[in-house]
Design a protein around this ligand. Structure first.
Ligand SMILES: Cc1ncc(C[n+]2csc(CCOP(=O)(O)OP(=O)(O)O)c2C)c(N)n1
Length: 580
């Protein structure tokens, strides 16, 4: 939606530092900023209000604003802007910024700072300014770059660099720390910044040729698609490769939807919480092709040298350091953008004989029949897996964005809900695994895509990390469906504790409030689901209702995440044993 923006000054007219920040927002066509206010970002808020049509989105905490920004960036494909005040605003913002770093989300973060005269500098004291904190040092390990601007003349170029770096190569967060006197000072000698353009690495033709030969000669190939496929907008190229050459596709958590869950060649989620059939296929393949994936512990288990029993591993990644320091030993490293590499691979395969994968696909069908996804033990209480399947069914022909918290429910969602980018998208905190991502990420996603059905699956534990954002949903009239899977436990940790130590201190048997009543108190419609029959009777009508709704599902607390790949085991050897 193009927005008519007021003038962007290019000539060197005297102005305040805050104006130069706004100029950068306008140059980069920012339409929303996600903020939590405070004195040290007030000058920029004033400029936004007076000089632009940019909408200020103000959730109830910095975490709420940060995760809303992340959901927004993922769903618009644009760099999101996140602004917080100095001191506690900054420290509260650390977690979503780390999330953006580990999950490659382009984010420009503006942090307020005390004036340069009030800074501690190198003095051996704790603090000089009120709400002073060393933002740059705090942010360095979780950002692509953390700037502090002390000279107003540097501001235009630093802002340009921040927007450039956030998107270039492997995207991520960039922080710009702005002392009060820089925001409020007058710049009468500034220059319009130079524009920067991103250059992607050359696709290495010789390596693509080798991979094409390997594919052509493979009898048991598997593709492992990661979030990099979705980030590079390469899902169509990936589908063409898999479908044309009949190669089954498994996905990491951030890669879910890169290939349609429902397609016959789909193996769904792999790894510690994947299916036994996906993991068997990875383990028994003769060629594993990783595209835009880190071969993280969660995908391979704790024995990276034994990811594949006997076969080659090829990996396409934009980040050369990931290839140089791969956890999993590689037979072929291709440093390239996923879209460009898959397009080149398609050309290289054009005249090559197609691999014969029929016997391999038959074998996989056998595994699918032997190890179907489990939908819970029999019993009266609703099963979390059944609830997710019922929501999936009710939302079958809709464009859906799903967000989750972290826990068992986070893993049941990719197992039991169908994803298919760009129509059915999963937003979840992958690398950082942050409880509380759920509700605010749904807010950002709904602001980005008002026409989409946004569903937030959330555990009782995760919900309580950012439950205050129910207010933002009401305030902004956002039609979000919140499905609370309440098992009165921090269940995934409880399961881990029982598996190792036979009890679950601090994580089981939690007292919870009536979340439906809480939603009603905020002004959000709510229903409670307490039996299997309720799922059939109440769920679909609740989802059909217009406007936000919270569906409080009292699910079986004795449901384990099974099967699960435990530490010290290879991918063919998942545990099917209950911890109760
Ligand atoms: C901010 C944060 N703190 C702690 C953890 C550790 N942790 C991971 S999952 C989990 C329990 C989640 O409980 P809930 O949201 O109810 O999900 P469930 O496992 O019951 O589905 C905890 C405590 C975390 N991931 N994030």
């Amino acid at each position: 939606m193009p927005l008519v923006q007021p003038e962007i000054r290019s000539a060197s007219q005297p102005c305040e530092g805050a104006d130069l920040v706004l100029d950068a927002f306008l140059r980069h066509r920012v339409r929303h900023v996600f903020i939590f206010p405070g004195g040290t970002i007030a000058p920029i808020l004033d400029r936004i209000e007076k000089r632009s049509k940019i909408e200020i989105v103000c959730p109830r905490t910095e975490q709420g604003a940060g995760y809303a920004a992340l959901g927004y960036a993922r769903m618009t494909g644009e760099t999101a802007v996140f602004m917080v005040t100095s001191g506690p605003g900054v420290t509260n913002a650390v977690t979503p910024i780390a999330d953006a770093y580990y999950d490659n989300i382009p984010l420009v973060v503006i942090t307020g700072q005390v004036g340069t005269a009030d800074m501690r500098g190198d003095l051996p004291v704790r603090q000089r300014g009120f709400q002073e904190v060393d933002t740059v040092e705090l942010m360095k390990p979780i950002t692509k770059r953390a700037f502090q601007v002390r000279d107003i003349r540097e501001l235009p170029d630093v802002m340009e660099q921040a927007f450039f770096l956030a998107r270039s190569g492997r995207p991520g967060p960039v922080v710009v720390d702005l002392p009060m006197n820089v925001q409020r000072g007058i710049a009468d000698d500034w220059r319009a910044p130079a524009k920067r353009t991103d250059v992607l690495p050359f696709v290495p033709a010789d390596k693509i040729e080798t991979l094409a030969q390997w594919i052509s000669g493979a009898s048991r190939p598997v593709i492992l698609a990661g979030g990099g496929v979705i980030g590079a907008n390469a899902h169509q190229e990936l589908r063409a490769l898999a479908d044309q050459y009949r190669i089954p596709v498994t996905m990491s958590m951030p890669g879910m939807g890169a290939y349609p869950s429902r397609a016959s060649l789909s193996l769904g989620l792999c790894g510690y919480a994947g299916s036994q059939y996906a993991n068997l296929a990875m383990y028994k393949c003769d060629l594993l092709i990783g595209v835009g994936t880190t071969f993280h512990l969660r995908q391979t288990g704790s024995l990276p040298d034994r990811t594949v029993e006997k076969g080659r591993i090829a990996r396409v990644d934009l980040d050369v350091n990931e290839l140089r320091h791969s956890r999993v030993p590689l037979d072929l490293e291709i440093n390239a953008d996923a879209k460009a590499a898959l397009a080149a691979l398609d050309r290289a395969l054009h005249d090559a004989p197609k691999p014969d994968t029929a016997a391999w696909l038959n074998r996989i069908e056998g595994w699918k029949a032997t190890y179907p996804l489990l939908t819970g033990r029999p019993g009266k209480l609703p099963k979390p897996q059944t609830v997710i399947e019922a929501v999936n069914k009710a939302a079958q022909d809709k464009k859906v964005i799903v967000t989750t918290g972290v826990g068992q429910h986070q893993v049941w969602v990719p197992r039991h809900f169908d994803f298919d980018v760009p129509d059915r998208v999963l937003l979840t905190s992958s690398g950082h695994g942050t409880m509380g991502f759920d509700l605010p990420a749904a807010i950002g996603a709904k602001i980005a895509r008002p026409e989409a059905t946004v569903i937030c699956f959330v555990g009782d534990g995760s919900l309580q990390m950012n439950i205050q954002e129910l207010a933002t949903i009401v305030e902004r009239k956002l039609d979000i469906k919140i499905v609370v899977l309440d098992n009165h436990a921090l269940s995934i940790v409880a399961q881990f504790q029982r598996q190792n130590w036979k009890s679950h201190p601090a994580t089981g048997d939690k007292y919870n409030p009536d979340f439906a009543a809480i939603a009603l108190a905020y002004g959000i419609a709510a229903v409670s689901i307490t039996s299997q029959e309720d799922i059939a009777a109440k769920l679909a009508p609740a989802l059909k209702q217009k406007g936000p709704i919270l569906i409080h599902c009292h699910v079986d607390p004795e449901e384990d995440l099974l099967p699960m790949l435990l530490g010290g085991h290879t991918l063919d050897d998942m545990s099917h044993e209950s911890s109760f």
